[in-house]
Write a protein that binds this ligand. Structure first.
Ligand code: NAP
Length: 295
């Protein structure tokens, strides 16, 4: 599956204060890559520093908020000054807002797109001039990894804004793959299922209106959250994020990666069932699973 190839690369990762970004940064640094681990709030660098020290690697930490032009451009300028190249860009920063469409405000949906979709485009736009130069020098396998989700291929009720942001990311990345391949730059989509990170806990976002008992979806929202809590508590309910970090590392070390890598216990099965079943049957199966006997 992987053509192994392992020259040391200069890597930039967004969203490294926790989760996949933090683990991937620590892994890649301990594997010998030069890693620029970025985060929007440098006060949160403690976990990343502890993780990379424990693995015997050293990361270079920069501030980067994917919704801010100035911090994106300034991180890129620093890498150009220090390294003169950028081999791998990993667009990992993101969050998920829970909420049914009628409970989500337009602003909440726009904010979700701003980070998960336009934020990725902002970073890629700033990185491409340097990556294009890198790809035409002695190529180390120049690539952009976009951390998407199984929700970018099959969306869940109560997670429509997040699903839309990841579907948009998938469509954009597929076009970009075709556009950049002739220039020696690969685009890769990593599509995880559910993994135990702060996205479901400390970093979880909720539609403000979903807290209102008058919402049409109040009971469904609570059933959804109960189901999520059960998944978090259950030993096998969610995967170990280290598996996703390991996949990211394998893709970085691969000369000719594929466009898509789906990862997660339930994800493959979900997509197969989704493709085989009629829409109504799939929907009622999913409703039973998430909302129990509410419908
Ligand atoms: P996480 O632990 O919550 O990490 C998310 C990271 O993104 C944090 O470092 C967060 O920083 C950062 N971030 C959010 N907004 C940002 C912004 N505007 N600029 C820069 N950084 C920002 O969650 P995770 O699961 O590792 O998520 C990483 C990626 O994986 C996301 O794109 C997510 O959609 C995707 N994903 C996760 C799962 C899963 O099951 N965990 C499944 C599929 C896809 P702060 O600490 O400052 O908030």
């Amino acid at each position: 599956m992987f053509t192994k190839f392992n020259p040391m690369s200069v890597v930039l990762i967004t969203g490294c204060s926790s989760g996949f970004g933090m683990l991937a940064a620590a892994r890649l640094a301990s594997g010998g890559h030069t890693v620029y681990a970025t985060m929007r709030n440098l006060d949160k660098k403690g976990d990343l520093l502890a993780e990379s020290t424990q693995r015997g690697g050293e990361v270079r930490i920069l501030e980067l908020d994917v919704t801010e032009d100035a911090s994106t451009v300034s991180a890129m300028e620093q890498i150009e000054r220090d390294e003169g190249r950028l081999d791998v860009l990993i667009n990992n920063a993101g969050y998920a807002i829970g909420g049914f469409f009628e409970d989500l405000s337009e602003q909440e949906i726009r904010d979700q797109m701003e980070t998960n979709f336009f934020g990725v485009q902002k970073v890629i736009r700033a990185a491409l001039p340097l990556m294009r130069k890198t790809a035409t020098e002695d190529s180390c396998g120049t690539k952009i990894l976009n951390i998407s989700s199984v929700s970018g291929r099959s969306s869940f009720p109560g997670l429509g804004a997040y699903g839309a942001s990841k579907f948009a990311l998938e469509g954009f990345s597929e076009s970009l793959y075709h556009e950049l391949l002739p220039f020696g730059i690969d685009v890769v989509l990593i599509e995880p299922g559910s993994y135990r990170t702060k996205i479901f806990t400390e970093n979880a976002h909720k539609a403000q209106k979903s807290e209102d008992p008058a919402s049409h979806y109040f009971k469904h929202t609570h059933a959804f959250r109960d189901q999520l809590r059960r998944m978090i508590k259950s030993k096998n309910g969610m995967g170990d994020p280290e598996d996703v970090a390991a996949l990211i590392e394998r893709v970085v070390n691969t000369k000719k990666p594929k466009l898509r890598y789906l990862i997660g216990r339930q994800s493959r099965l979900r997509l197969i069932i989704r493709a085989l079943l009629p829409d109504r049957t799939f929907s009622s199966m999913m409703h039973k699973r998430i909302f129990g006997e509410l419908d």
